[in-house]
Design a protein around this ligand. Structure first.
Ligand SMILES: Cc1cc2nc3c(=O)[nH]c(=O)nc-3n(C[C@H](O)[C@H](O)[C@H](O)COP(=O)(O)O)c2cc1C
Length: 327
């Protein structure tokens, strides 16, 4: 399966992993890259340049294949510009193969200085967008590709709420750089559909949680298998940052606070991430926000990254051939 995306990065399969706070560590990143996809190392889990450089080098010990680094550029949520300078310097100096940026585009951070620095270092830059307007502006700024993240996605879908099935072909109509589809992607059917919509590849996050190499608590795997596509909810419009999360006790409280126009102070404890370890390491699925997408409905097992990617590509090829035969 060859696309402009696989050719650009020299990867076997057009499948990348998105940023996953608290989960996208070197071991998972390398497992995905070794399986033929593009693994992800999520920078915001590291406190400074030295820590991120060490993590990048750890990935390189575990795989010779390309990988990407996610930077969630939301200055209000991090320690400040210093930390972002650290991340960008680390990625440029280590010449990482690719980066997935979300939030503010690189051209709007410190006059685009780091965009140029990263491009000069040969880093392929992808911006995750929820609208055509943002996609066009990323292309104009010099990004190498855009990730069309529809409202189905886990994490923080843009509050314009455009679905993946419309956002992808709209971006394909409007930009010349490769478009990668995100949000609701989880199996071979998703991959085949994304290619038919004009995408050059897909980005998944939620589906990668149910892999052996993600190393979350057994109860997390089971919960995601048990839950269905209608068991996530959008929250956060009252604080100006929409998110999607699994329905549980914490999100019900957040929704109740938002419904009565409660204060930010009441919402913050639930969304601050303080329960991360309870969720992922201890398997407590009721306390804290679990930022998964509607794609949970398509998760039926826990497999290795290699099994997942091989199976998806085989399935996508079979579906495309089967449908070609109809004409
Ligand atoms: C557990 C989890 C953590 C995430 N953390 C981040 C993050 O730190 N930065 C980011 O840009 N996106 C983050 N996302 C969003 C994903 O990168 C991706 O855009 C989205 O989940 C794709 O939709 P899917 O979950 O249906 O595959 C996260 C998603 C999940 C499931």
């Amino acid at each position: 399966m060859k696309t402009r995306f696989t050719e650009m990065l020299g990867i076997k399969y057009p499948i990348m992993c998105g940023g996953m706070m608290r989960l996208a560590y070197p071991s998972l990143c390398a497992a995905i890259s070794n399986a033929g996809g593009l693994g992800n190392l999520t920078s915001t889990m590291y406190k400074d340049k030295a820590e991120l450089v060490a993590a990048i080098r750890e990935v390189r010990k575990l795989t010779n294949n390309p990988f990407s680094v996610n930077v969630t550029l939301l200055p209000s949520m991090a320690k400040g510009p210093e930390q972002y300078r650290d991340y960008f310097d680390a990625c440029a100096e280590e010449k990482v193969p690719a980066m997935e940026i979300s939030g503010l585009p690189l051209n709007r951070f410190e006059n685009g200085k780091y965009l140029q620095k990263l491009k000069d270092a040969g880093v392929k830059l992808f911006h995750k967008v929820g609208s055509v307007k943002h996609g066009k502006s990323a292309e104009k700024a010099g990004y190498d590709g855009v990730i069309a993240a529809g409202v189905e996605e886990g994490g923080h879908p843009l509050n314009e709420n455009v679905a993946t099935t419309v956002l992808t072909p709209r971006l394909v109509e409007e930009v010349a750089i490769p478009v990668i589809t995100a949000g609701g992607m989880a199996n071979g059917r998703s991959l085949a559909a994304a290619l038919c919509l004009g995408a050059e590849g897909i980005l998944m996050a939620t589906r990668f949680i149910n892999t052996v190499e993600c190393q979350v608590h057994e109860k997390v795997y089971q919960e995601l298998i048990n839950r269905q596509e209608n068991e996530t909810v959008l929250y956060g419009n009252s604080i100006g940052l929409q998110g999607r999360a699994l329905i549980n006790d914490s999100i019900r409280e957040v929704m109740a606070v938002e419904a009565r126009n409660g204060s930010l102070e009441e919402v913050l404890p639930h969304i601050s991430g303080q329960y991360g370890d309870h969720i992922w390491k201890e398997g407590n699925m009721q306390t804290g926000l679990i930022p998964v997408g509607q794609s949970i409905g398509l998760i039926h097992d826990t497999v290795t990254c290699k099994e997942l990617l091989d199976r998806m590509v085989k399935e996508a090829e079979a579906i495309i051939k089967e449908n070609m035969a109809k004409f």
